[in-house]
Design a protein. Structure first.
Length: 308
């Protein structure tokens, strides 16, 4: 937390408690800080052990920088004032918690802004982001995997992404939020800065179909028809769909199949929201949706976001 960038700190997983979200937002302003509370953590911080046990936890960070985990991370480069303000924010939050007579209620952080999920999506597209030199305004592409989706669409190492589907941003965190909300069943338009010149690139929906997740049709009035598809790698007796929408009942939603291509399918009408789910083989083998890159939690449940 010693490299405060543009005065903004990230309070990762602060949505694990409504109390955290409210008080951190209020206290950050009093400490002269901007704050981002929407993002989920990487799962590697010490706080992850508490979250796994449904205990509210928060992880403050000022973000990655060019010297992160490098021998060049010298004391002289530490932003003392910025680090002190973040420490003051953490201290004041802790003091208020100590004086709060009520036990904090755990609220599972939204998987929509999970950092690890965003990185998995980037890698599946063929983009390897520069993870140590992201102190600039735009996400920097360190490497493009040969023959990947993005390589075929003209992306190159060294490109800096400056807008996503026409939406510009002023910092990497806002870029990550937009990237995490991409609809893979639609064309994706990206603007990159390449050697000082602006280049327009597009990733067509056709190129993303193999990992676009369930098919979604907007029925209006916050209703969505969702087509779940699953192709087991072996012969099975049955496949069902279980998730937060049916209280994880392994018998509630039997999938029809297999069809001529080996897929089992089932349709569901769901309302706007964030859902988690898995396919269940023969009533006892739980399987993540391989076509859906968004997963969360200790059990790696697949995540489906419907609506805004």
């Amino acid at each position: 937390m010693g490299r405060l960038f543009r005065g903004k700190v990230m309070a990762l997983d602060s949505e694990s408690s409504a109390y955290f979200t409210e008080r951190i937002t209020a206290l950050a302003a009093q400490c002269g800080l901007g704050v981002e509370t929407r993002l989920g953590g990487s799962g590697r911080a010490d706080s992850a052990s508490f979250l796994d046990q449904a205990i509210p936890a928060v992880h403050f960070t000022s973000g990655l920088h060019a010297d992160y985990h490098q021998v060049t991370d010298e004391v002289s480069k530490v932003d003392n004032d910025g680090g002190a303000r973040i420490s003051w924010l953490a201290y004041r939050l802790l003091r208020e918690m100590m004086d709060n007579p009520q036990r904090l209620r755990f609220r599972r952080p939204s998987p929509e802004f999970n950092v690890q999920g965003i990185i998995r999506l980037a890698l599946r597209l063929g983009l390897v982001p520069e993870q140590n030199a992201q102190a600039g305004r735009y996400p920097l592409i360190r490497f493009v995997l040969p023959n990947s989706v993005t390589a075929k669409q003209g992306f190159k190492a060294g490109d800096e992404i400056t807008s996503i589907n026409g939406q510009k941003f002023d910092n990497i965190i806002d870029a990550a939020v937009l990237f995490g909300k991409l609809r893979l069943d639609r064309d994706t338009q990206l603007t990159v800065l390449r050697e000082g010149k602006t280049v327009e690139l597009k990733i067509p929906a056709e190129a993303l179909k193999d990992f676009a997740g369930p098919g979604v049709r907007d029925l209006g009035k916050d209703q969505f028809e969702v087509l779940f598809r699953f192709k087991p790698g072996k012969k099975v007796d049955s496949v069902t769909l279980a998730g937060t929408f049916n209280n994880w009942n392994v018998k509630a939603l039997a999938m029809e199949g297999p069809d001529k291509d080996g897929f089992y399918t089932v349709k569901q009408t769901l309302t706007r929201g964030v859902y988690e789910y898995k396919f269940v083989i023969n009533g006892n083998e739980w399987v993540t949706d391989a076509s859906n890159l968004r997963t969360t939690g200790t059990f790696g449940n697949s995540v489906l976001t419907l609506g805004n």
